[in-house]
Structures are given as structure tokens and as C-alpha cells.
Design a protein around this ligand. Sequence first.
Ligand SMILES: [Zn+2]
Length: 234
Amino acid sequence: MLSWRAITASFPPPDDSWSGLAMHLDRCEQVRHQFLEQRTTSSERLLWPLHRIHYEQNRLIYEKRFRERTLSRATYAYLVRYRIADGDLIAKWRRRGYRALCSLWAISRCTAARSHAICRVPLRKRRLSEGARAATPALRRLFHPSSVTGCVTCTDDDCVDPRSKQVLGPIWFDDVQPDWEAMTPAQRTATARKLARKSALWSTSGDNAPIPGVSSRGAGSGGDSVASRHAQYR
Ligand SMILES: [Zn+2]
């Protein structure tokens, strides 16, 4: 994939309203490259960080265009045209019910199999059938990250503040996970909103802040691979 800087050097953007995005795009690209260099297997679980980087990259573009309105319409169209922005994902975020959607994969590939990713079900509504209730591993799976995207929940119910309507973040595999199984449905919703607020990169961090979880793996500072952190989910 071409670097966004190579694209903008060859095909100049219509104006410079994108300049506030430069550091963020550099950081996402750097983390993505580091991840791809280190990756040794193509198992779905090991691709989770890529879904998160893709989300983070597009979320700031969305914020700049549709909330802060500092990114011009022409430059936004340019970013979509050259695939620096994912126009389809961003269009979903403007629809009720999809405002914190982690990835288009969570609603596309799975719906073809007449099912959707588990992260699209609000935490308080996840219940097992009577037969499955006795099986603890089955119960635990209800609160695991989606095997497709690595997202635990990205529903409006869990990830949008009902009063301010502020979209918080999805809760990702590498965010700290509380003991969802031990909670009542109402507690799950309240806890999810608190966690989602911390997970939201653009509202809690400065320009130099690392992308949570993903970059620590890339920089090698944690020494805690995605596979080992999630060995408990197998
Ligand atoms: Zn999701």
C-alpha cells in the first residue's frame, strides 16, 4: 500500500485543511508497518490490531470533517478517492445504530452467514439459551472480542453517551476487560460506557499519544503479544 505522503506528493490535495491530520496519519501508518513486519501468521486473531488501526485512522478524519468541520469537503472527497479515508465506514458512523461501528467486517461478512459479529449485540442483551447456560466456556465467549475484528462491543447502547450523545469508542481486545460475566445487565452497560470513554483516542489523548495497545506491541515496549494476552480466550 502506498504511503499517504507519497500519494499527496504525487497528487496534491485541493487545500491544506488536512494538515491537522498529518501526525495522526503518520502514526497509524508507522504502527501498521511495524505490525506487518512482525506478523508471522495470518490467523484472524492476529489481525485484530489492524482493524483497530484502521478504525483510529478513520475516526480522526471523521471528527475533523463532521464534528470539528476543519477538514474541507473537497479534501475529504480527495482522501476517500485515494483511499486514505474509508468513505464507506465513515458513512456508517453517521447512521443511528452504527455510530461507533468498529469495522465494516463486523456487519458484512457475518451477515452473509445469517449472523452478525458478537460485538454488534449490546452487552446487556447477551444471553445464553438454557441448554448452553451450564457451559462456562460458552458464557465466557459471549463477552470475548469478536473473532472477526477484535472488538468486544461497538453498539450505540454501550458506546454512545445517552445524554451528551457523544460517541465514545468501541471497546477493543487490548482495552482492560472487567469481569463482564459477574455483572448484571445494567452494570454491564454502565461499565461499558466508562470503558469506552477511555478507549476513545481522539478525545482523551494529545497528538503524540500512542495508539493504545497497538503501538506498544509495535514499539516492543510491552513484550506482550496479542496471542499471549488472549491465550485465555481459546
Ligand atoms: Zn465491533
